[in-house]
Write a protein that binds this ligand. Structure first.
Ligand code: UT7
Length: 328
C-alpha cells in the first residue's frame, strides 16, 4: 500500500548560547538571605548565567541561531521564517525576531515574536510547524531566548534565585514524509492557556498599564501544584494524538523550572528518571529558552540520536502550557 505523502517539520540543527558570567548559589547568598542548601534542596539549581553589558535577548538568540545553522549545514540566507519566543524582548517593539534577522544578515524573511512566557518555545514550535506544513515556508529558525535577570527583583529571595539567562534555537525544515510514526519530524503538538491565573505568575508593569517594564512576581507553591497536573495531562494528550504511549518515549526534554517538578511529572507518567534531560542545575529557569537549551545539550552530548522519539513540554505564566512529540 502506498502511504499518503505529507509535509513534516524536521529538526535539522540545534544550537544554544549562554551569557559569559556564571553565578553560583554561594555568590547569590552574599546578596540575599538564602543558602546554597535551600536552593539545591527546593529547586535542584546550582548555577545560572547572567547577561552582562552588550548581551541581550537578541544577541543570545543570534548566537544560538548561528550554532543551529552550522549544525544544519545551511547558510542563514536559506531561512525564510523566524519565530522567536520571549517575554524579555530587547525593545517593546520592533520584535527581537527582526533584530535576529538583521544580526544574521538575512535580507528578507517573515520574522516575529511570540509571547507565552515559559511555554513560549512550545507555542513557537506549533506556529512554525503549521506554517511549514502549508508549504509556503521552507526553513524556519525557531528560537527561545530570555534575559530574565533584567526583570527580577533582586531583593526578593523567593524569585531571584530561580531564574537565569540564555537562548536555544532549532532549524526546522519542511520535508516530504508520510504518515508512519517512524517518520522523522514533528508528529504532534498540543497547546493550552487558562488566563484566570494571571495573578500567580506575572510582571507588575507593562507599556499599556504602568509605562514601565516591571518586575517578576510569583506565588511559587501554587504554580508548582498546577505545573505537575497540567504537564502530565498535556504529555499524555500529545502522545495520544501521535498514536503513541509513554513506553515509546526515548527522551523527555522538559521546561527546567524545578527538579522536583521534573521528578513528579516523570513519576506520574511512569517514565524512568534516566529518560528526562535535566539542565536546571546548570542553567536555572531560563523561561522560553529552557527547552531548546536542554535539547541542544542532549543532542550535542550524544544522548539524543537520530530516529529517537523526543517529547518537549513546558508550562508558564498565563497559565500557558503545551507539549510536542517529535522523531529526531
Ligand atoms: O517557569 C514557570 C513555572 N514556575 C515554576 O514552575 C515554579 C514553581 N514553584 C517552585 O518551583 C517552588 O514553589 C519554589 C522553588 C518557588 C519554592 O519552593 P517551595 O518549597 O514551594 O517553598 P515556599 O515558597 O513554600 O517557601 C518555603 C519557605 C518559606 O519560609 P516559611 O514561610 O516557611 O518560613 C520561604 O520564605 O522557604 C522560604 N524561602 C527561602 N528560604 C531561603 C523562599 N525562598 C527562599 C530562598 N532561600 N531563596
Amino acid at each position: 500500500m502506498t502511504r499518503p505523502a505529507l509535509l513534516r517539520s524536521v529538526v535539522t540543527g540545534t544550537g544554544s548560547a549562554l551569557p559569559v558570567r556564571r553565578v553560583s548559589n554561594a555568590e547569590l547568598a552574599e546578596q540575599v538571605d538564602t543558602t546554597d542548601a535551600w536552593i539545591v534542596e527546593r529547586t535542584g539549581i546550582r548555577f545560572r548565567h547572567i547577561a552582562g553589558d552588550g548581551e541581550t535577548t537578541a544577541t543570545l538568540a543570534a548566537d544560538a541561531s548561528r550554532a543551529a545553522l552550522a549544525a544544519a549545514g545551511i547558510d542563514a540566507t536559506e531561512i525564510d521564517l523566524i519565530v522567536l519566543a520571549t517575554a524579555t524582548p530587547d525593545q517593546t517593539f520592533p520584535s527581537s525576531a527582526t533584530k535576529v534577522q538583521a544580526l544574521l544578515g538575512i535580507p528578507d524573511c517573515v520574522a516575529f515574536d511570540v509571547a507565552a512566557v515559559c511555554s513560549g518555545f512550545l507555542y513557537a514550535v506549533q506556529v512554525a510547524d503549521s506554517m511549514l506544513r502549508t508549504g509556503i515556508h521552507k526553513r524556519a529558525l525557531v528560537i527561545g531566548a530570555e534575559t530574565f535577570s533584567r526583570i527580577l527583583d533582586w531583593e526578593d529571595r523567593a524569585t531571584c534565585v530561580l531564574f537565569g539567562d540564555g537562548a536555544g534555537a532549532i532549524v526546522l525544515e519542511g520535508q516530504q514524509s508520510d504518515d508512519r510514526p517512524t517518520a522523522r519530524g514533528i508528529l504532534a503538538t498540543r497547546l493550552h492557556a487558562d488566563g484566570r491565573h494571571n495573578d500567580l505568575l506575572y510582571v507588575d508593569g507593562g507599556p499599556s498599564t504602568t509605562g514601565t517594564v516591571g518586575k517578576l512576581r510569583m506565588k511559587g507553591r501554587e504554580v508548582f501544584r498546577h505545573a505537575v497536573v497540567n504537564l502530565a495531562a498535556v504529555l499524555e494528550e500529545t502522545l495520544e494524538l501521535a498514536g503513541l504511549t509513554s513506553a515509546d518515549v526515548d527522551w523527555v526534554v522538559p521546561h527546567q523550572a524545578n527538579s522536583r517538578i521534573l521528578d513528579a511529572t516523570a513519576r506520574k507518567l511512569g517514565l524512568p528518571a534516566e529518560k528526562v534531560v535535566v539542565t536546571v542545575d546548570q542553567h536555572a529557569n531560563t523561561s522560553a529558552a529552557s527547552v531548546p537549551l536542554a535539547l541542544d545539550v542532549a543532542v550535542r552530548d550524544g544522548r539524543i540520536k537520530p530516529g529517537q522519539l523526543v517529547v518537549l513540554e513546558a508550562m508558564g505564566g498565563g497559565f500557558t502550557w503545551g507539549a510536542a512529540v517529535l522523531r529526531y
